[in-house]
Ligand binder design. Sequence first.
Ligand SMILES: Nc1ncnc2c1ncn2[C@@H]1O[C@H](COP(=O)(O)OP(=O)(O)OP(=O)(O)O)[C@@H](O)[C@H]1O
Length: 669
Amino acid sequence: MDGTRPDAERKTESKYKIGKVKQIPTVQKDFKSGLTYIELKAGADEKVYGCTKFAGHYREEKKLGQGTFGEVYKGVHLETQRQVAMKKIIVNVEKDLFPITAQREITILRRLDHKNVIKLIEMVYDYPPTTKHGSGTNVEHQQTSGKTPLTKSFYMILPYMVSDLSGILHNPRMNLQLSDIKNLMLQLLESINYIHCQKFMHRDIKTANILVDHNGVLKLADFGLARLYYGSPPNLKYPGGAGAGAKYTSVVVTRWYRAPELVLGDKFYTTAVDIWGVGCVFAECFEKKPILQGTTDIDQGHVIFKLLGTPSKEDWPSAELLPGAELTKSKYLGNLKERFGSFLDETGLDFLRNLLALDPYKRLTAMSAVHHPFFKQEPLPSAKLNLPCEESHEADIKRYKEEMQQAMSQKAPTAPRGHVTESKISSAATQMPKAPGHNNFPKGPAQKAAAATNSYRSNTMAPAQRQVSRYNGNSGNSGFTSKASYSNNYRQSDQYRFHPDDAGAPSSFAARLPKGPQSSRFQRTDNIPTGPAAYNSYGQKDAGYYDRSKQTFNATETPPRNYARHEQFHDRSVAIPRQPRNDTKPSNYETQPQTQIQKQATSQVPTHRNSRLPTEPYTHTRTQEQVQNEPGSQEMKQTSSQNQQNMRKINETEKDKDGSGTRDLADLY
Ligand SMILES: Nc1ncnc2c1ncn2[C@@H]1O[C@H](COP(=O)(O)OP(=O)(O)OP(=O)(O)O)[C@@H](O)[C@H]1O
């Protein structure tokens, strides 16, 4: 381009060669051929190949979120006035190191092209003013203040998305119906199936990385931890995911969304780690907060097993071979049904249970999950996600919390004598002692009852509860302008509803995903083979089970209630007797009796800033002393210290290559 420049200068420039040379973004049209083109002309001060210069082309507006290596801003492309999101990557001029996660994200995003995956529009750069290359807006300030070392910035320019799922779930004016959740889940599974088929694992699935545009289209974002995996894409050979043939770093995924095999230190994990994240996201749509909030990496294991039960050898045979196997000596019974039974029926619970299968080889794949009967039963997934067009990002969560606390402090109207009123409950609640280390939100039963009346979950609330909800659009008391939300039994007319099996369904979900390892279980029921080997919790025709006592297959009856799930579902030839579970009560406050209203209240308190790396738990209802005195806690302590030792060993040998951003390139591909 500029033949007069010295070689040395050209060498430094090519260090940031990122893509095509693209200095002038104006798209022109050739009238003869009808083709559009961009004229390439290097400006005198534009030194980075493949990047547009920030100054004069883009304007930075409000902050949308905090990234690992810089912030994410809303911005405007000046020539087109198009709104964009700008993910800022700050590079220290002295060290001159480009963050590897950013490099990884750019490389991967450029390879992906799917409607449910965020697109990288272009890269732009901004030089510090001390260099002769020109002046950048952000760095001028640095120079004048003279405090911080000079940095140059790169921006990943992405299409602007009006909200992320974390923001949506915390926004009191947004009310997701079950049909909307199904729609979101289908879009999410499509995006994950696409990236898995492209041989990438995402490794950071969480609500903050799931973006939604103003048309209700979901876009998976943040590929900073993604990587190419080895081996074939998901297929019949590899149930439970793909990529098992190689060793990867196990310190990936934001802790609360980390799959149990990662928690136990497995390095030969598969794409199934992303499906675990999908399960966490799905459940979060109901509780409106991350469902598995471990305070440490070891605690994460306990929290997982508290929800799903400690796995027996039959449940997860390879767990005992993992470095953190000590954790499987705990004796939790699991409380998935108690926690989510009020939101989901048996089919929904089965879907959740199979997304959150502890054994990755029993977990659904993205392609099989799409065919789960959950999506075929009422309410069907909505054809289009219609959310109020309000910006909702993780950066807004703090504001929602303040709004909620303000609304809580307002007095409710007095009720006739003898009736329990919201204000009475609230005042009783405020007298309850606060648990240590917690915020100001009420904790005791009465407070939780008060909080429950302010539930976000209007779609699952009883009508009486819904009437007193301040946040619900249905409520006359609503302090917010809200789109009319539907009543509990509202059902969209069929023309607006989507069924995955409908040939002419208006949506793009119509069963066009390839059939995967476990997908046969979720295909049409007439595909399910008959006979003893076919008992399958989804096969309506063959709803039989292997009767252990009679040593026969009972093809006509449904299994008795206590029949172990793996016997019906996973073990197709021999029913392995389930290990009797020790009934010792674990040190698990969730197993203590809780009223429904308490549970609702606990689930509705968004006390964390957002769902990034956890620092403290949401609720902390017991004192240290209480915890120590609980039955089983000493035993847990021993297990825990052994686990800690194990995990320390793992961490020492593999110093968080992914989490710290100091990964070596070899791990990339
Ligand atoms: N294209 C976009 N449109 C609107 N908001 C966005 C966009 N991309 C990111 N955001 C917002 O910025 C937040 C952080 O973005 P992102 O997760 O990509 O950054 P990150 O540096 O990778 O963060 P983390 O360290 O949490 O992984 C998102 O949760 C979202 O709220």
